[in-house]
Structure formats: structure tokens, C-alpha cells
Design a protein around this ligand. Structure first.
Ligand SMILES: *Cc1c(COP(=O)(O)O)cnc(C)c1O
Length: 412
């Protein structure tokens, strides 16, 4: 592994000024935020969009004839357009606003309850977030469909041959994350999608952890569904999108009933609105949707390629430095991975490490990372997870390593 020190195309000094929280202290130390896989920090450009909305044009959308309502509608729909362009969806109405990844997956699982039949099979990978497991288990209970698991190996990579072997005419759906939040593995989703399509199975990609690092092109991937959360990519919590191919979205019944999603309502019969509104019942997170658009604008202005290159540099640097610590055990050593490092130090509990480094101002995640099956696979209760973003620096990694060494001394 080499450390490329050239090619730093990011203006870090400028970028870090965009994130006010990076200036604060925690327990008397400057904050080092390495929990980006749980949620990312928010740049002031996104905060400005939020303040602008509430200061100048807060109104309900799609209904009012008054100017404020129209302005809010225009901005909300402009954000949908930004999102469509970002993910290269063919049609604007293939972008459904949701409350986030979990909501998007539940929406699809609910839709397929009326499509699947007893004995149908659905495949889920062994390295999914709980939100890409539990909705499918509920779907199986409702329909009598059978959930099968695509296994992974010690490196934290899916075993492609086993996936192929699981496919049959019975396979109706496949669910895989683009990137594992617990291990950082980048899965070969294009290959998986193409293979699944040979069996006419629909593929849902959980893009929550990929979206902050990789610009996905849903048409090039030929994904049937792609779900993300804004809060992992510089946007606010409680908002995200479901991309779905029009053909599938038309086959699925509405998820929730209420306002916004209807065409006409009477006590005899209600007809539903066209896409995307059919799946957008109730007053949405208007400000959140607009802020999500602002977050994408912000990240695209920096550029996903320079971001990916820089984050890889951080990953390589941190991996090398962590290897200096005796008893270091890494989980997830896939050749293709994003800047996530899951590890344990021999003899120490991840929770104790997390607690001690927090005393030195460093935020990392400890535990099962909402992916208990992965922890069971490695026969561990959890890991320490450091996850990096484009606003992190090598100096921060040095502080993290120092803190780990201190914590280790105190604990052993
Ligand atoms: C964060 C995450 C989720 C859940 O996202 P929510 O915003 O909590 O709905 C699902 N899958 C992956 C891979 C994630 O990283």
C-alpha cells in the first residue's frame, strides 16, 4: 500500500471553514469527527438553505395559489430535479422523496407484498444493514416468500459464485448494499444487477453508504431501486429518496394513504395521484428536500472524483498507521472499499476504546453498527469503526492514533 501525497485537489482549509462544528472542542480537545458513516456533518451552505426556507418562503406545497406556496413548490421540485440529475434517473417522477433509506426500503417491501407469492425467493446479502433485512423478513411473513442469504468471506466480500448458485426462476428480488456501512466493502453491484436480470429479478440497491463517496448512475447500473439518506451526504436527517424504475413504481400500490397522494376522493372510491405523488402522502419534509438539493450542489461543486481520491489517501494513511498498534485486528479488508475502518484491539472491548478516545475529543462508533449478522459471522460482539469524510485530515488521523495508543496503555 502506498501513500500518494500528490494529487490533493481539495482545498481543505476552505472546506473545513464550511463546517462550523469542526471548530468546537469536546472534553477540552478540538473535535475529531470520525463517525461519518453514521451521519455526516453539515456545511453552512446547507444550513443557509434551511434558514432561507424558514425566513423567506415557508409554506405548504402543491396546493396553495399564493406566492409563498408556489415558491416553496418550485424550490422543492427544483431539488427533485437536482437529485434526478445527480443520480441520472431517466424520469423526474422516478425520484420519490422519503424520510430516508429505511423508509424507502419499507415502501418497496410494502409494494411487493401484493406482487410476491408463496414459495417465491428473495435474496439478501450477508452484509446488510438491519434496515435492508427486517423489511424483507416482514414481507416474507406476509407473503410466504423465502429469504435466502448471499454469503460473504473473511475479507468481507460477497461470494459471487454462491450468489449465482442461489439464483433460479423462483428468485424475484435481490437486495444488496452498494457499500457496507460496517466494513466499507464496495460491492460489484453492476455485475450482480446484470446477473439477477437474467432471471427477471428486481434489484434494490441500498446506496446509503455509497452515496457520500460514489456518484451512482442508476441508468448505467440498470438498478430497479436505489435508496439513500440525505444525512450521510451533508444533508439534514429525516429526508432521502427512493429511485425506482417507472415500470416497477407503477406496479406497486401506494404505501400510505392521505393527502398529496390522491387524484379524487369519495366514500365510494378514491383514485390515486400519478407518480411521484402516489408515494408521497402527507405534507413532506419540504425544507429537508430543498436542503438535500443544496447538499448535492455543495458536494458536486467539490467533485466526487477528487473526494474519492482524497478519501482513499486518508484510508491508506490510517490503515498503515493503525497497523503500528500491537494486537490490531481489521474487519473488512476487501480490495474495493471506502474510507471505513472496522477494528478491534486484542484484549480490549470496543466500547471501552470508544469511551476513552471520546475523552480526548475523538468521535468513533462502537458496537454492531446495525449489522449484527456481520458481527456473528466474525464471532465478535462489535468493532470500533472509524469512518472518514473529505473534510477529515491526516493530522486528525495522527491524533486518533495517539489517543488509541493512550487508551490501550490505560486499559491494559
Ligand atoms: C445508514 C444506513 C442505513 C439507514 O439509513 P437511515 O437514514 O437510518 O434510514 C441503511 N443502510 C446503510 C448501508 C446505511 O449506512
Amino acid at each position: 500500500m502506498s501513500i500518494a501525497t500528490n494529487n490533493i485537489a481539495l482545498n481543505l482549509e476552505k472546506i473545513r471553514k464550511d463546517f462550523p462544528v469542526l471548530n468546537r472542542e469536546v472534553n477540552g480537545y478540538p473535535l475529531v469527527y470520525l463517525d461519518n458513516a453514521a451521519t455526516s456533518q453539515t456545511p453552512k451552505q446547507v444550513m443557509d438553505a434551511i434558514v432561507d426556507y424558514y425566513s423567506n418562503y415557508n409554506a405548504n406545497i402543491h396546493r396553495g395559489v399564493h406566492s409563498l406556496s408556489q415558491e416553496a413548490t418550485d424550490k422543492y421540485e427544483a431539488a427533485r430535479k437536482t437529485i434526478q440529475q445527480h443520480f441520472n434517473a431517466e424520469k423526474l417522477h422516478e425520484i420519490i422523496f422519503t424520510a430516508g433509506t429505511t423508509h424507502g426500503i419499507n415502501l418497496v417491501a410494502n409494494g411487493f407484498a401484493s406482487i410476491l407469492k408463496k414459495g417465491d425467493e428473495i435474496l439478501v446479502s450477508a452484509m446488510e444493514h438491519h434496515s435492508n433485512i427486517v423489511p424483507w423478513q416482514i414481507l416474507c411473513e406476509k407473503t410466504g416468500a423465502v429469504l435466502k442469504v448471499i454469503p460473504m468471506n473473511q475479507e468481507g466480500e460477497l461470494v459471487y459464485e454462491e450468489f449465482e448458485a442461489l439464483l433460479s426462476e423462483k428468485t424475484k428480488m435481490v437486495f444488496v448494499n452498494h457499500v457496507s456501512n460496517a466494513l466499507g466493502t464496495i460491492n460489484p453491484i453492476k455485475k450482480i444487477i446484470d446477473k439477477a436480470h437474467e432471471y427477471n429479478a428486481a434489484v434494490l440497491i441500498d446506496g446509503a453508504q455509497a452515496a457520500p463517496h460514489i456518484k451512482a448512475d442508476v441508468q448505467a447500473l440498470d438498478a430497479d431501486f436505489y435508496v439513500v439518506s440525505a444525512h450521510k451526504m451533508c444533508g439534514p436527517t429525516g429526508v432521502g429518496i427512493l429511485y425506482g424504475k417507472e415500470e416497477w413504481l407503477n406496479k406497486m400500490p401506494p404505501y400510505q394513504g392521505g393527502g398529496e397522494m390522491i387524484a379524487t376522493v369519495s366514500f365510494d372510491k378514491t383514485t390515486y395521484a400519478d407518480l411521484p405523488h402516489k408515494f408521497e402522502a402527507g405534507t413532506p419534509n419540504i425544507c429537508g428536500g430543498i436542503a438535500f438539493g443544496a447538499a448535492l450542489d455543495y458536494m458536486n461543486a467539490i467533485g466526487f472524483e477528487p473526494i474519492a481520491r482524497y478519501e482513499e489517501e486518508l484510508l491508506n494513511y490510517a490503515t498503515l498507521k493503525l497497523q503500528e498498534i500491537e494486537g490490531m485486528q481489521f474487519y473488512g479488508t476487501s480490495r474495493e472499499k471506502t474510507a471505513v475502518i472496522s477494528f478491534n484491539i486484542e484484549g480490549l472491548h470496543p466500547y471501552d476504546i470508544g469511551t476513552l478516545v471520546d475523552k480526548m475529543g475523538i468521535a468513533v462508533r462502537t458496537g454492531h453498527h446495525c449489522a449484527q449478522p456481520i458481527m456473528d459471522f466474525y464471532k465478535i460482539p462489535g468493532t470500533v469503526r472509524a469512518s472518514f469524510s473529505f473534510y477529515n485530515t491526516k493530522e486528525e488521523i495522527d491524533r486518533f492514533i495517539e489517543a488509541l495508543k493512550k487508551a490501550k496503555m490505560m486499559l491494559s
